[in-house]
Every structure is written in structure tokens, then in C-alpha cells.
Design a protein around this ligand. Structure first.
Ligand code: NAD
Length: 454
């Protein structure tokens, strides 16, 4: 059986990939089990030497991969190049810094005795990722696992399956030891077969629905699951916010990547006194966006990843309109484009029982509510099952810190500052996940912690 890859800019088939059989998946896990001891014994420095070869292969093929990712999932080519650059920034950090955070640490060191903590790999990690950042999704999950000493059986999304094939080619060129990185190809069924094998860790990025399923399975197997899941980040705009900064942040965090960013700003909560001004400025910006084929250098907003994602977005918007929402901008497909396109949209008159408020909206649609007191703003912000990102806009430092404290989210940005750095933890509260990626936090989440007394 084969999976076809479809370009969402024009619905043309751009390739196909054979789905891995059950036997192939079982063999991959067995090979990984055989490879794990040698990879562990190489140590962090030895593994970094191997992985530098891979870094070079990725670095020298950036344009090729950026074009493929853009064609396959619809990310505008200029953003796709950034996906590569930024993914490599994270990769480099692991090469340079992982040794520092994975080295043994003394917790007690007296004349009589010492306690030393070691960070040991789990063994075989089943690593499963989605499609929304065709390069960074792979780097963020695969590289920390490998440097921490886990061997990886990897499954990329069925929506970016040609990118998966390309990643395989790059690994082959880098000539890592046999069994250290292997890939299986297919949809959720292949992922399900993979996680039901003899694996030692589940390392997953994707939807909350799949994450919850994997968490149950991990409990049954009594293995660890690190889960990076969906989000519906609030953005609170206080009355003293710098409106230009707010608009710049919304432009990037809501409409960037056609709204398909896990920690993107998905619900706007604005102080009543500045709402009209902000919305009229935002409307101008949103309506000036160039929507079009992802391959076009001038495109700012490409298509959604697939027809089914467009259909879901339309259902979510229709539900809001039926319940009384009003369209400030957008609200439909651009009439002259053939692919999975949707106009960047702003919706007001939002109520908390609407799907655009309750669910994750993975598309360029921004629901807006207003508030009059800080207490009300925080209540609205936390009125969600998710807890990944949060955005606060105010010039009052004390108010910003208090609001940051009160948001039930793993990450908070104040006035557009970025928390997206390899040194800092990435992950969520509530249904947005379990565990963290990146920094010492992420590395420690991928390792067993052992204390040896002597
Ligand atoms: P998804 O859960 O449908 O799929 C993700 C991956 O899981 C795919 O590779 C898929 O084939 C696989 N999969 C599906 N069912 C499976 C099963 N039963 N067993 C094993 N594997 C299975 O998610 P999606 O819709 O492709 O991705 C979008 C979601 O990912 C959004 O919710 C987004 O917020 C989230 N996301 C989260 C982060 C983060 O770091 N928190 C980053 C990017 C995307």
C-alpha cells in the first residue's frame, strides 16, 4: 500500500511512499534494541561526533529540503527556509551544550562518601511527529533523543511523508552506526503498531487526542511518555499595551504558517477601551496579506495542510457564526484560488460555548473577546483545556509578571518576547502535554536518572 503526497497549494500529487509493513516495523525495533548498548557506551561526546556529520548533511541541503517542505505541506517558501535555519540553530545547541547537562553530578561529596547522579538513556525511543514544521518537528524530537543516548525508531506524519523519505536519505549519507536511527512510514496505524512493540520510551508531538491514547498505552507498558500536544494560547491586551507590538505579534503568532503553530496566539482577549482601535488596525494588516501558492516568493499566507483541515476550519467558523459571531475580516475561502486556502479572518462577538473558543483552531482565524477587569481577563485566558503558550501585552511590568504567574500555561511571552530558545523549556500545562522539550529540562526528560553512592 502507498500513501500519496498532495501539494495543498493546487491538489496535485507530488509523489508516493510505500507504507511500512508490520514485519518491517517489528524488524526496525529489534535492530534498535540490538544497537542501543553501543550507542549508550559512546557517551555524549562520541555521539556528538557522529551527529556532527548529520548536521553537515542537513546544512548543505537546506534549500532542497525547504522547497520540499513548502511544496508538501504548504508553508510559504520564505518561512520554510526559516524552519531550516531555526531547526539547525537547535541542532547546534545540542551538539555544543548537551554534554554539560548530561554529565554526572555530585549531590553529596564528603570525606566519608559521595553520591553521583548519572543521566542514562532509556533505550529504544518511538519518536512520532506531525507535519506543521517539516524540519523543526524532526529536529526537536529526534536530535535530543539521539544525543541523550536513545536509539530512535521514527515516524513522520503521513502529511509530510516525502520529507520523511528525504530525512532518511540524509541519515544514510551521514552513515550513523546501524540501528541508531530507523524510520517507518505510514499513518496513525503504523504509529500504533510501532508503539505496541518492545520500546522503552514514547516521544511524541501531535494532537491531544493521539497523545491521550499514547499516555494510556505507556501506562499499560509502564514506560515513560513525553507528550507535546495541542494548544489554544490566549493573548491578553491590557489598556496600556503598545498596539504596534500587539499587531506584530498577532501577525506572526496567529497568521504565520497559516495559523498552524501549536503555541500560536489562538484567542485574543482585549481590554474594552482599546478593542476598536486595535481591531481597525489589525483588519488593515490582515487584509493586506498576500495569500497564494506556497512556492511563490511573495506569498505570506499559504494553504492549510490539506482539504480535511480546511473542512474542519469551515465547520468551526460556521458554528461561531450560527451562535452570533461577527466577521471583521476574511471568513471564507479566497474565490480565485484552487488549493486548501482560507482568508485570514478576525471574528468578534465570541461566546465561550463556540467551537473556535473551546477547540484548538489550526488555521488563520482569530476569535476576539473583550474584558474590563484583570480578573476577568485571566478567567477568559484560562477558560480552555489547553495550556501551552500565553501572550501578555502591557507596559506595566508588575501587572505583566502577575498575569504571567496566573496563566495556566507552560510558556508566557510578554510584549512579544520570544521563549523559543533551545536553552528554555518548551511544553504545556493541562491537555497540552506531559514533560518538556529542550534545555536541561528536555534532556533530563529523555533520560533515566540514577544515583550511585560510593
Ligand atoms: P495527530 O495526533 O493526528 O498526528 C501526529 C502524529 O501521530 C502523526 O505522525 C500521526 O500519523 C501519528 N498518529 C496518529 N494516530 C496515532 C496512533 N493511534 N498511534 C501512534 N501514532 C499516531 O496530530 P496532527 O493533526 O498531525 O498535528 C497537529 C497537532 O499537533 C496540533 O494539535 C498541534 O498543536 C500539535 N503540535 C504540538 C506541538 C508541541 O510541541 N506541543 C508541536 C507541533 C504540533
Amino acid at each position: 500500500m502507498k500513501i500519496k503526497s498532495i501539494n495543498p497549494s493546487n491538489y496535485e500529487i507530488i509523489g508516493e511512499v510505500e507504507v511500512s509493513s508490520e514485519n518491517e516495523i517489528k524488524t526496525a525495533v529489534k535492530n534498535a534494541q540490538k544497537a542501543k548498548q553501543d550507542w549508550k557506551e559512546l557517551g555524549v561526546k562520541g555521539r556528538a561526533i557522529e551527529l556532527r556529520k548529520l548536521y553537515k548533511v542537513f546544512e548543505s541541503n537546506q534549500e532542497e529540503y525547504a522547497k520540499l517542505g513548502s511544496q508538501e505541506m504548504g508553508m510559504p517558501i520564505t518561512d520554510s527556509r526559516y524552519d531550516l535555519e531555526d531547526g539547525l540553530r537547535y541542532f547546534k545547541w545540542y551538539l555544543d551544550k548537551a554534554n554539560k547537562y548530561l554529565s554526572p553530578e555530585k549531590t553529596i561529596n564528603t570525606k566519608e562518601y559521595s553520591n553521583t547522579v548519572y543521566y542514562e538513556p532509556y533505550g529504544v525511543a518511538a519518536v512520532i511527529v506531525p507535519w506543521n514544521f517539516p524540519f523543526s518537528n524532526v529536529i526537536w524530537q529526534v536530535i535530543p533523543n539521539l544525543i541523550a543516548g536513545n536509539v530512535v525508531v521514527f515516524k513522520n506524519s503521513e502529511e509530510s511523508i516525502l520529507c520523511g523519505k528525504k530525512i532518511d536519505e540524509y541519515f544514510t549519507q551521514a552513515k550513523l552506526p546501524k540501528g541508531v536511527f530507523q524510520q517507518v512510514f505510514g499513518d496513525g496505524k503504523v504509529g500504533d503498531t510501532l508503539v505496541n512493540q518492545n520500546i522503552n520510551l514514547i516521544s511524541f508531538t501531535g494532537s491531544t487526542k493521539t497523545g491521550q491514547r499514547l499516555y494510556q498505552l505507556a501506562a499499560k507498558k509502564m514506560i515513560k511518555a513525553v507528550l507535546e500536544l495541542g494548544g489554544s494560547a490566549p493573548g491578553i491586551v491590557f489598556e496600556d499595551a503598545d498596539i504596534d507590538i500587539v499587531i506584530e505579534s498577532i501577525d506572526f503568532n496567529r497568521y504565520g504558517n497559516c495559523g498552524q503553530i501549536c503555541d500560536g496566539l489562538k484567542r485574543l482577549i482585549v481590554h474594552e477601551s482599546v478593542a476598536d482601535n486595535l481591531l481597525s488596525k489589525l483588519k488593515k494588516v490582515v487584509e493586506s496579506k498576500t495569500v497564494g501558492d506556497a512556492a511563490d516568493e511573495s506569498t505570506q499566507i499559504g494553504p492549510l495542510v490539506a482539504k480535511r483541515q480546511l473542512a474542519l476550519l469551515e465547520v468551526q467558523v460556521k458554528d461561531a457564526l450560527n451562535k452570533g459571531a461577527k466577521i471583521v475580516a476574511g471568513g471564507k475561502r479566497p474565490p480565485d484560488l484552487k488549493g486548501a486556502f482560507y482568508q485570514p479572518t478576525i471574528l468578534t462577538n465570541i461566546k465561550s460555548n463556540m467551537r473556535v473558543w473551546q477547540e484548538e483552531v489550526f488555521g488563520p482565524v482569530l476569535p476576539v473577546m473583550t474584558f474590563t477587569s484583570t480578573h476577568q481577563a485571566i478567567e477568559l485566558a484560562n477558560d480552555t483545556d489547553y495550556g501551552l503558550g500565553g501572550y501578555i501585552f502591557t507596559q506595566d511590568k508588575k501587572r505583566a509578571q502577575t498575569a504571567a504567574r496566573d496563566l495556566e500555561t507552560g510558556m508566557v511571552s510578554i510584549n512579544g518576547s520570544s521563549y523559543l530558545n533551545p536553552e528554555s523549556p518548551f511544553g504545556g500545562y493541562k491537555c497540552s502535554g506531559i514533560g518538556r522539550e529542550h534545555g536541561k529540562y528536555g534532556l533530563h526528560d529523555l533520560t533515566q536518572i540514577k544515583v550511585v553512592a560510593s
